[in-house]
Design a protein around this ligand. Structure first.
Ligand SMILES: [Ca+2]
Length: 351
């Protein structure tokens, strides 16, 4: 069942990828890329872009202003929901098949080196330090020591009450978008004893999260973008929101901009220079269903269920554009942390 190009599912995916015409360019700003059309999540590394599709992991090359192409792929046994890449390893949240650890040092031949069987349905993973933080549907947060990636080892667990849709680790806290249960703040300073310290029941279905500075940005399903001041982690405080039409699934913040993967309504860009008043700047209508987004430089990489990986030129609304205006830039927190191997997953700050 391990990956080969001749696997019938891959064959179908590749046919879909090749056969579908490139989508029209929304707003004239898009470099559309189209691949393996059910992309469930995306992570941008230094040289390659990593996408999950239900049956596994794709390693892609995304040349600037050109269409992405798949250079490597691996079939996985579960439903691939999310991926985080650190050093030479990709960590895949693989549904009922737990956490899969894949050596991607040879991008054309990704190879599974270990897996960690969780007890529930694994939805999301975030790597920080030597730990993988894994959320599960109704089974909470697991802290897994991956200092030796071929021998993952659980060190701590905290039961949570929701569906564990997404996780972001910043400093000593893990922030979980816990589905209809809302936003949870977990103190992970003692990995063996993760402990919930703060909670906020968001109005909608919290499915995406990004933390930047003192603020947590939540993609809250039908309730759009919700912004929380988490400077006091014990008491997350809602400070701003924008309920755009659509279904908010994924969120990425870079500098003063927030990028929202907004389901059937494509990609939305907000100015969050004042986080209490997210100001909508623009919208990119995309084919399919925008589920996740990862911004690198001038490009937003959108995980799109139904229309593959969409690469959108967001240069009018990017930290790069802001830098030309002399605006102070924030680092990209998602990719600036030290990884298990001591390497960084991507350039800490490509600007
Ligand atoms: Ca809720």
């Amino acid at each position: 069942m391990r990956a080969t190009l001749s696997h019938p599912i891959w064959f179908l995916l590749m046919c879909l990828a090749i056969a579908r015409p490139a989508p029209a360019q929304p707003s004239g700003l898009v470099e559309p890329g189209l691949y393996a059309n059910q992309v469930t999540s995306v992570f941008v590394g230094e040289e390659y872009v990593y996408c999950t599709v239900p049956v596994g992991l794709l390693v892609m090359k995304v040349p600037p202003a050109d269409s992405p192409r798949v250079v490597g792929q691996l079939t996985l046994p579960g439903y691939a929901e999310g991926v985080y890449v650190c050093g030479k390893y990709a960590y895949v949240a693989n549904g009922n098949a737990g956490l899969r650890i894949v050596d991607v040092s040879e991008p054309t031949a990704p190879k599974e080196v270990a897996y960690f069987k969780t007890r529930g349905y694994t939805r999301a993973v975030f790597i920080s330090g030597k730990h993988a933080y894994v959320t599960e549907d109704w089974a909470g947060l697991r802290v897994v020591d991956v200092s030796e990636p071929t021998q993952p080892r659980e060190v701590g667990h905290q039961q949570l009450g929701g569906s564990g849709e997404a996780i972001f680790v910043s400093g000593r806290y893990a922030y979980v978008a816990d589905g209809y249960a809302g936003l949870r703040v977990i103190d992970v300073s003692e990995p063996a004893r993760p402990k919930q310290v703060g909670y906020y029941d968001t109005p909608g279905n919290a499915v995406g999260i990004f933390v930047s500075g003192d603020y947590a940005y939540v993609a809250d399903g039908g309730s759009g973008l919700q912004v929380f001041d988490v400077s006091d982690p014990n008491h997350p405080k809602q400070v701003g929101y924008h309920e755009a039409p659509g279904y908010a699934e994924g969120i990425f913040v870079s500098g003063r901009y927030a990028y929202l993967a907004n389901g059937g309504s494509g990609l939305r860009v907000f100015d969050v220079n004042d986080p209490s008043q997210p100001r909508p700047l623009g919208q990119f209508n995309l084919p399919g269903y925008a589920r996740g987004v990862y911004v690198s430089g001038n490009y937003a990489h959108v995980a799109n269920k139904g229309a593959g990986l969409q690469v959108v030129d967001v240069s009018p609304y990017s930290a790069l554009a802001a830098s030309r205006e002399g605006t102070r830039l924030n680092r990209f927190p998602a990719v600036s942390g030290k990884c298990a191997s001591g390497e960084q997953s991507t350039k800490a700050n490509p600007i």
